[in-house]
Design a protein around this ligand. Structure first.
Ligand SMILES: *Cc1c(COP(=O)(O)O)cnc(C)c1O
Length: 237
C-alpha cells in the first residue's frame, strides 16, 4: 500500500469514528482531499484509492492538474482558495465548486462566466467566523443580503457555507465556533431549503466540525503529507 492510500484509509477512519461518536451517518460527510502544491501524480494515486473530490487553492495550479487528469474517472474539483476577479473565469470554466464566495462582484462574474453547457457552479459563501483579522469571508451579519443576491444568479447554485476557523487549543472551543457555523447554516436553510453543505473542518479540528454538523471536511496534510512551498512555481493565485 502506498502512503497516500494508507493515509486516506486513516482519514476515512477518523471521519467514521467522529461521526459514530455523535450518532451521525459517516456517509453524510464528504472528504475533500486538498491537493494544493502536490503534483498531479499524487492526485492520481489518491483517485486510484477511491478518492474523487479534490480541493485546490491556486487557480492556475488547479487548472493544470484538472487538464492533466481528465482521463481519470470523473473527479470533482473544488476551488477553496482566495479568489481574485481576474481569475474568476478560470474557476467558472474548470471547477465544479467554489467555496470562497465573499462578495457579490465575484459571484456575478462567476455566474456570467459559467459556460452554458455546464451545470451551475456550486458555491459556498465564506464566513469569517472567528472574527479575527483575517481578510477572508464575510461577517455573519452580512450573510442574509449576500445570500439573497447569490441565490438569484442563474449560473450559480448556492449550496451552503464555508469557514476556516482560527486555530483553537481546546476541543470545546473548536466545537463552539463550529456550532456557530452550524446554526448559521440552519438559519440559511429556512430561506433556501435546498442548501445542504457545511464545508468545515481541517486536519486539526475535523472531529469538532463533524460533531457540530459539518458535511464536508477539507484535509490536505493528513493525506498527502507536509507541503513544501519552496519550489512551487505558481505565483500567489
Ligand atoms: C490548505 C487548506 C486545507 C487543508 O489543510 P491541512 O491542514 O493540510 O489539512 C483546508 N482548507 C483550506 C481552505 C486550505 O487552504
Amino acid at each position: 500500500m502506498t502512503s497516500i492510500q494508507h493515509n486516506l484509509q486513516q482519514v476515512r477512519q477518523r471521519i467514521s469514528a467522529a461521526a459514530e461518536r455523535c450518532g451521525r451517518d459517516p456517509q453524510e460527510i464528504t472528504l475533500l482531499a486538498v491537493s494544493k502544491t502536490k503534483p498531479a501524480s499524487a492526485v492520481e494515486e489518491a483517485a486510484l484509492a477511491g478518492q474523487n473530490a479534490f480541493g485546490e487553492n491556486y487557480v492556475q495550479e488547479g487548472v493544470d492538474k484538472i487538464a492533466a487528469l481528465t482521463t481519470l474517472s470523473p473527479l470533482t474539483w473544488h476551488f477553496i482558495g482566495p479568489l481574485q476577479s481576474n481569475k474568476s473565469r478560470l474557476v467558472a470554466e474548470n471547477f465544479a465548486w467554489c467555496h470562497t464566495v465573499d462578495r457579490l462582484r465575484i459571484a456575478s462574474r462567476l455566474s456570467e462566466q459559467r459556460p452554458a453547457h455546464l451545470p451551475p457552479l456550486n458555491v459556498l459563501i465564506q464566513i469569517n467566523i472567528s472574527d479575527e483579522n483575517s481578510k477572508s469571508g464575510i461577517m455573519l451579519a452580512a450573510l442574509p443580503e449576500l445570500a439573497k443576491d447569490v441565490a438569484l444568479l442563474p449560473g450559480l447554485r448556492l449550496r451552503g457555507l464555508m469557514a476556516i476557523p482560527a486555530p483553537e487549543a481546546s476541543y470545546e472551543r473548536q466545537l463552539s465556533v463550529c456550532q456557530k457555523m452550524a446554526e448559521a447554516l440552519a438559519q440559511l436553510k429556512q430561506d433556501y431549503p435546498y442548501v445542504d453543505t457545511l464545508s468545515l473542518g481541517m486536519s486539526d479540528d475535523m472531529e469538532a466540525a463533524i460533531a457540530a454538523g459539518s458535511t464536508m471536511v477539507r484535509i490536505g496534510t493528513a493525506i498527502f503529507g507536509a507541503r513544501d512551498y519552496t519550489n512551487v512555481t505558481h505565483n500567489k493565485n
